[in-house]
Design a protein around this ligand. Structure first.
Ligand code: AMP
Length: 218
């Protein structure tokens, strides 16, 4: 059973590495951002309530997030493990994760120099139904603006703009970065393995590094 939490600033490559790990271990990738974007597409009332937060780079209310993630993790495909991207993002979410939800085996903290974040995010394309992400320059789809698997159109996220990325970074520093300390304090008693991975290399190289770490520390 493998349960992984991906931590890292926006643009650190969590989503991309999560997809690769999910294919390798055959466990579902769970991105809270993807769940929110999908739900916004089909639920107008929900969209009206959360879109201002998401499109303006602010975190959504903890209670909404916890409800959504609980529902997702209780699904059958998560019984053999999963990878979480974008949860927990606050200490409150982590406390609930610890007390009520499940036990994590690995935390992968992806690090990136701040100036690289902008070039990684600008040019990013997403396939909303699956959450697959691409980048015009660093990870282009086989056919321009089309998802490799379904051929459906790719989108640019409304919050992938320089002004909003700056706000997302602020939110990350204020609410999510303190989680690193929190995990450090709480990890030992929970036997969680924590790895920090620099993501200045190619997607493939980072993936190899992560797989080596996970295999060595089974
Ligand atoms: P992401 O796709 O992970 O970059 O998330 C996009 C946006 O969804 C964030 O900027 C937040 O508005 C919201 N969001 C995603 N995960 C969380 C979370 N765990 N807690 C609060 N808001 C979240």
């Amino acid at each position: 059973m493998i349960r992984i939490v991906m931590l890292g600033a926006p643009g650190s490559g969590k989503g991309t590495q999560m997809q690769l790990l999910s294919n390798y271990y055959h466990i579902p990738p769970i991105s809270v951002g993807d769940i929110l974007r999908k739900k916004m597409n089909i639920d107008f009332k929900f969209k009206k309530y959360v879109q201002n937060y998401i499109n303006n780079g602010k975190l959504v209310n903890d209670d909404i997030i916890i409800k959504l993630i609980k529902k997702r993790i209780e699904q059958k495909d998560c019984h053999n493990g999963f990878i979480l991207d974008g949860f927990p993002r606050t200490i409150k979410q982590a406390e609930i994760l610890q007390d009520n939800l499940f036990t994590i085996n690995y935390i992968l903290h992806l690090t990136i120099p701040e100036k690289k974040i902008f070039e990684r995010i600008i040019g990013r394309l997403v396939h909303i139904p699956s959450g697959r992400c691409y980048h015009e320059k660093f990870n282009p789809p086989q056919e321009k603006n089309k998802d490799d698997i379904t051929g459906e159109a790719l989108s640019i996220r409304k919050d992938d703009k320089i002004k909003i990325i700056k706000i997302r970074l602020k939110e990350y520093k204020k609410y999510t970065a303190p989680l690193l300390d929190w995990f450090n304090k709480n990890m030992k008693k929970n036997k969680i393995k924590f790895f920090e991975i620099q993501t200045v290399h190619s997607i493939k190289k980072i993936n190899r590094k992560i797989l080596d770490l996970l295999k060595l520390n089974k």
